[in-house]
Design a protein around this ligand. Structure first.
Ligand code: FMN
Length: 201
C-alpha cells in the first residue's frame, strides 16, 4: 500500500494501448469501494471511450489535449444532487446481500425520505464533491494496481461538458480522469512537510 501511494504520479501521455472494457469495469468496481456520506455513492460516471466521444469532449477542452488525444479512456466523474432517490435501491441491496439487518434497512430508507435538502446549499454540494474526490483517488490507485496510470483533470469547461456529451443537465461535473498505459515517466513532485500543513492541538 505504501509502495502504491509512493508510485502514483500524474501521467499525461499514453501509448495507443486500449484498455479492455471488462478490465476498466473491474477498476471502476474496485474504486467504487470508496466511502461516501451515508453510503449513498453519488458519483455518476461517464466513460469517454470512442473517438466520437473524445471529439465531443474536445469541444469542452482547450487545455489537457495530450491526455485527451493519447489516453485509452477518460472518466468524467459527475455527482447526482438527487442522491437520496437511490437510498431504497442501495439499502434494499444491502439487506438482500445479507450485510444489513431488515430494521436498519428500513430505518435508513426512512431517514433518507425524511431528509430535507437544498441541492443549492454549498454544504450539501461540498459533501457531494468530497465523495467524488474519494472515488477519484480510489480510481487512480485501482488503475495502478492494474498497471495503468492516470491524470486527474479539472481543466475543462464544466458549463458546457454536459451538453457536449449529451448527459443529464442535473448531474454536476467534478473531474475528468485520463487513464492508459504510460508513455512517459511523468514528473517527480514535492510535497510540503507535515510541519507546514499540520497543527497539533
Ligand atoms: C483536482 C485536481 C485537478 C487537476 N487538474 C489538472 C489539470 O487540469 N491538468 C493537469 O495536467 N493536471 C492536473 N492535475 C494534476 C496535478 O497537477 C498533480 O496531481 C500535482 O501536480 C501533483 O503531481 P502528481 O499527481 O504527479 O503527484 C490535477 C490534480 C487535481 C487533484
Amino acid at each position: 500500500m505504501k509502495e502504491l501511494i509512493l508510485s502514483r504520479r500524474s501521467i499525461r501521455k499514453y501509448t495507443n494501448y486500449k484498455i479492455p472494457r471488462d478490465e476498466l469495469v473491474e477498476i471502476i468496481e474496485l474504486a467504487q469501494r470508496a466511502p461516501s456520506s451515508r453510503n449513498l455513492q453519488p458519483w455518476r460516471l461517464f466513460v469517454i471511450e470512442s473517438d466520437e466521444a473524445k471529439e465531443k469532449l474536445r469541444k469542452s477542452m482547450t487545455l489537457n489535449l495530450l491526455q485527451l488525444e493519447t489516453s485509452s479512456h477518460l472518466i468524467l466523474v459527475t455527482v447526482d444532487p438527487d442522491k437520496y432517490q437511490w437510498s431504497e435501491k442501495i439499502f434494499t441491496k444491502a439487506y438482500q446481500e445479507g450485510v444489513m439487518p431488515k430494521e436498519v434497512m428500513e430505518k435508513q430508507i426512512q431517514m433518507s425520505k425524511d431528509t430535507k435538502y437544498d441541492p443549492k446549499d454549498p454544504n450539501y454540494i461540498n459533501t457531494l464533491f468530497l465523495d467524488a474526490g474519494l472515488f477519484a483517488l480510489n480510481f487512480m490507485y485501482a488503475a495502478k494496481i492494474y498497471g495503468y496510470d492516470t491524470c486527474p483533470i479539472a481543466g475543462f469547461n464544466k458549463s458546457t461538458v454536459n451538453d457536449n456529451l449529451g448527459i443529464p443537465k442535473n448531474l454536476i461535473p467534478t473531474l475528468l480522469i485520463s487513464i492508459g498505459k504510460a508513455d512517459e515517466e511523468g514528473y517527480s513532485s514535492i510535497r510540503l512537510s507535515s510541519d507546514e500543513t499540520t497543527k497539533w492541538l
